[in-house]
Design a protein around this ligand. Structure first.
Ligand SMILES: [Cu+2]
Length: 123
């Protein structure tokens, strides 16, 4: 019986999301990047202007999978450059696409539902 490859990777992703990585503490994300603690983003909101990007840095010891949505539930939103989920291992950086439409957007971590940040895009 063949096993889909994704099933082989799933335990590793879960282990990375639930168990801290071994090694020295990662360096804190430099402002204005959004950092990540174990179960939170390091800020609740970030405001950018139309055309700007947001930088997320995983400065925690856990794997995070982030994207558009709330409370751990991915829900694509029209015009949101984080619609495609992005997995961030420790020390990884993710620069979103440009936020081209004014509005209020929500980004969550699909493995840590308490991780939520609001992105406010101003004209
Ligand atoms: Cu997370």
């Amino acid at each position: 019986m063949r096993v889909p490859r994704v099933l082989l990777a799933l335990p590793l992703i879960l282990a990375g999301a639930l168990l801290p990585a071994i090694g020295p503490e990662p360096a804190t994300a430099p402002a204005p990047a959004v950092g990540m603690a174990h179960l939170t983003f390091t800020r609740d909101t970030i405001t950018v202007r139309v055309g700007e990007t947001v930088t997320f840095v995983n400065d925690s010891r856990f794997v995070h999978i982030i994207g558009s949505g709330r409370d751990g539930v991915s829900s694509p939103h029209q015009g949101d450059p984080t619609n495609d989920l992005k997995m961030l291992e420790t020390k990884a950086t993710y620069i979103t696409g440009r936020w081209n439409y004014p509005g209020t957007y929500h980004v969550t971590c699909t493995v840590h539902p308490a991780m939520n940040i609001t992105v406010i895009v101003t004209p």
